[in-house]
Design a protein around this ligand. Structure first.
Ligand SMILES: C[S@@+](CC[C@H](N)C(=O)[O-])C[C@H]1O[C@@H](n2cnc3c(N)ncnc32)[C@H](O)[C@@H]1O
Length: 287
């Protein structure tokens, strides 16, 4: 695409190239890429196909188009991913939030034991689950824990960008080990759950760009649940509820681990594909 290309022409050619690379919603993605390269909104680009691209805009747009055609996820290229209708900044140390994880947010909101629960997120990453819950429950406060300092920096930036910085604290830690007993009314967690015995993560185009600490959990994928669940009865406040994300075919094993830890099983919630995705427990000792 030589200099003085019009926006509309670039979009048509880019959409055709993306379509040829089997990228779904090719025109929408082309518009998102050009918006990122030009600093214009997608609706501006839609309304002004006659605008000529500057040389640097075109160089940048061509470069990120090639990355997308080569399989880099859109969120990684743009450095931001929409989750729960909110924008979340990504970094090399964070998992790209998955749409399935919105099941955890909905389950947490539905099972919140009070209107203003104190919330604890174990393995917060971008902070997407915790910040979405705080966004929807005004006046609620929360703590996000992660072992990755880079992830904690990104989560803090997201809290600032969403105006939630006064209601949230982020801390480094190994799950809830450093937290005091009865720390939260509502505990949420999307721990790593990919089994190393099955090789690389299943959605490998996205997973290739995710940090290993966020994905893998021992040979059977359950090691993080074995670490987290036994500590939940201690961490939960009276009548507290825990909502955890699980992988495919992990419901029975995670339920058993939770019950062995002394938690009361409430239910499992399916994701949009009908796969059990969230498991919900109550801390029985505190009923
Ligand atoms: C699957 S990612 C989930 C990130 C985010 N909550 C989400 O849903 O997109 C798991 C997170 O757990 C963190 N993590 C892994 N091991 C940990 C540990 N021992 N203690 C605390 N966090 C840990 C990883 O750094 C990663 O951010």
């Amino acid at each position: 695409m030589p200099g003085q290309t019009l926006s509309g022409d670039w979009l048509r050619e880019a959409a055709a190239a993306l379509h040829g690379a089997d990228v779904p919603r090719a025109m929408a993605e082309a518009r998102a890429l050009l918006a990122s390269a030009t600093g214009k909104t997608a609706s501006f680009l839609f309304a002004h196909p006659e605008r000529a691209l500057t040389a640097s805009e075109q160089t940048q747009a061509d470069a990120i188009l090639i990355q997308r055609i080569d399989g880099a996820p859109l969120g990684r290229i743009l450095g931001v991913k929409e989750f729960w209708s909110l924008p979340f900044l990504l970094s090399n140390e964070t998992l790209e939030p998955r749409p399935d994880t919105e099941t955890i947010v909905q389950a947490a909101l539905d099972h919140a034991p009070s209107a203003k629960p104190s919330v604890l997120d174990l393995g917060t990453g971008t902070g997407c689950i915790l910040l979405s819950v705080l966004h929807d429950l005004p006046g609620t406060t929360g703590v996000g824990v992660d072992r990755s300092l880079g992830a904690l920096r990104t989560a803090s930036a997201n809290a600032e960008a969403l105006g939630l910085q006064d209601r949230v604290a982020f801390m480094a830690g190994d799950w809830g080990a450093a937290l005091q007993s009865g720390a939260a009314d509502l505990i949420i967690s999307n721990p790593p759950y990919v089994a190393t015995q099955h090789g690389p993560a299943p959605d490998s185009a996205t997973a290739l760009h995710d940090p290993e600490l966020a994905l893998y959990a021992g040979a059977d994928g359950l090691s993080a649940y074995r670490d987290i669940l036994p500590d939940l009865p201690r961490l939960l406040a009276p009548s507290g509820v825990a909502v955890l994300e699980i992988g495919i075919d992990q419901m029975l094993q995670v339920r058993a681990l939770g019950e062995q830890a002394g938690l009361e099983w409430i239910e499992a919630r399916p994701d949009l594909a009908g796969i059990p995705r969230a498991v919900i427990f109550r801390g029985t000792a505190n009923k």
